[in-house]
Ligand binder design. Sequence first.
Ligand SMILES: [Zn+2]
Length: 223
Amino acid sequence: MNIDSLFEMTAADPVPPSQPVRWFDAAMPIKEALPRAVNAMGAVPTGWTSLLEDTITQLLAVRTKEREFSLVFMSLEIEDGELRLDITFPDRVMAGIARRCAARSREICQLCGKRGKRRYLGMYEVVTLCPQCAAIELLHRGIAEAEKYLGIYTVDETVPGMRLLPDVLRRPFVAEATAKCPMQPGQEPRMDKKTFRAWVSTLNGMRPFLPPSRLKERRGGRN
Ligand SMILES: [Zn+2]
């Protein structure tokens, strides 16, 4: 074979461009399409993995040529403690599947998959958590907030009461204030600035011994 014939062969027998495999291809069995789809949709919190799989299985079960366009551009959004499917031009069936997914996500802990409910974490962030996961996350977030906003809580050298504090710290605040700072009868528990700083510092020192937080702290307001 000389070099010219090699070129001829290459020209006559071009390698076809590789086609990306589409997760919603109607010819592909659901069992095979599901892992591709879950992979294509990107990461969701661990507690919602089964929900995402159920939802995509439902979408695969109703895939048609007409729905192809919507499926190509489908993406996921996690907002306000919900798992939302962002579908372009959904018909009633697809919109129904998306609605059910969002509604179910509001009742499933996004971290562990147990029954949960939507809760505020800090001032802006809404997450769906079970009581156990919430207790850990709220405590981490509460201590971080107390540390960060130390100056805001103190007015005229005292922390006038617990109303400004994150909910999760109110009972411990009362216990500490009652033990450390004398009160007049009928007066709300309060702490002087020095006691408050020492208390927050002690709480902060306990954080490494708590189960670790599994939610990333957001910077600023809503994303
Ligand atoms: Zn949980």
